[in-house]
Design a protein around this ligand. Structure first.
Ligand code: ZN
Length: 229
């Protein structure tokens, strides 16, 4: 019964958050789908060159930039490397690149802790769920509390790292655009307007998705523990 109560509580909390967020994947996709803005950013340097410009702006001399075929721009803390896709043509590519470059400036120990602890959290849930199914763990309530503490700690670190990157990115993007001479002042203004609209929706949406990704495995464990015990 306790597990079902926890599940209802978690579901209600996520439901309220979703309602307050007042945005959806569909709406966000629509905001990102702006061919007019894509045409403006096409005049800017490619992602690798732009990434190097951003790193220089942030006075980061240690991080390397590597091109990838995958359609994803990502900072990997362990190798201190940003992988960028040349295929990415959407206008949001500039701000995404800036976002990842900001991650590269964050405390390295915290980034590595986030990566390792995140893996430990998801792996622990998997192992504990299997042990619970086979009745190997006698007191699942204590284990549930330990997992909850782990989830809160992981979410707190993730939230700090992401909010730091998401809130700083618009200012750095503005500086990068201002220094670029290949697009007009009017085009820069249009892009800034586009980024502002995306950020208004994308920041709360990203926080919600982060929370959802951490809660879902925990909710599956609670459900199984509730059925088994
Ligand atoms: Zn990020």
């Amino acid at each position: 019964m306790e597990y079902i109560m926890c599940l209802i509580g978690m579901g209600s909390m996520l439901g309220i958050m979703y309602a307050l967020m007042r945005t959806s994947t569909k709406e966000l996709k629509k905001l990102k789908n702006k061919p007019e803005y894509d045409a403006i950013t096409a005049k800017l340097p490619d992602n690798v060159t732009l990434g190097k410009q951003v790193l220089a702006k942030l006075e980061n001399t240690h991080t390397t930039i590597e091109e990838t075929k995958e359609n994803q721009t990502l900072y990997i803390a362990i190798s201190d490397k940003i992988t960028v896709s040349k295929e990415e043509k959407n206008y949001t590519r500039v701000q995404t690149l800036v976002h990842e470059c900001i991650h590269a400036k964050q405390p390295k120990k915290l980034l590595i802790f986030h990566f390792i602890f995140g893996n430990i959290y998801f792996f622990s849930i998997l192992v504990i769920t299997i042990l619970t199914i086979f009745h190997i763990i006698p007191n699942t309530l204590i284990i549930s509390n330990i997992l909850l503490i782990m989830a809160i700690l992981f979410f707190t670190v993730k939230l700090y790292l992401e909010l730091d990157a998401m809130t700083k990115a618009p200012f750095i993007t503005e500086k990068i655009l201002r220094e670029n001479t290949s697009i007009s002042e009017e085009e820069k203004r249009k892009l800034q307007e586009g980024y502002q609209k995306v950020n208004e929706k994308a920041i709360p949406y990203s926080v919600f998705v982060m929370l959802l990704n951490i809660c879902i495995p925990f909710a599956i464990y609670l459900l199984i523990a509730g059925i088994v015990h």
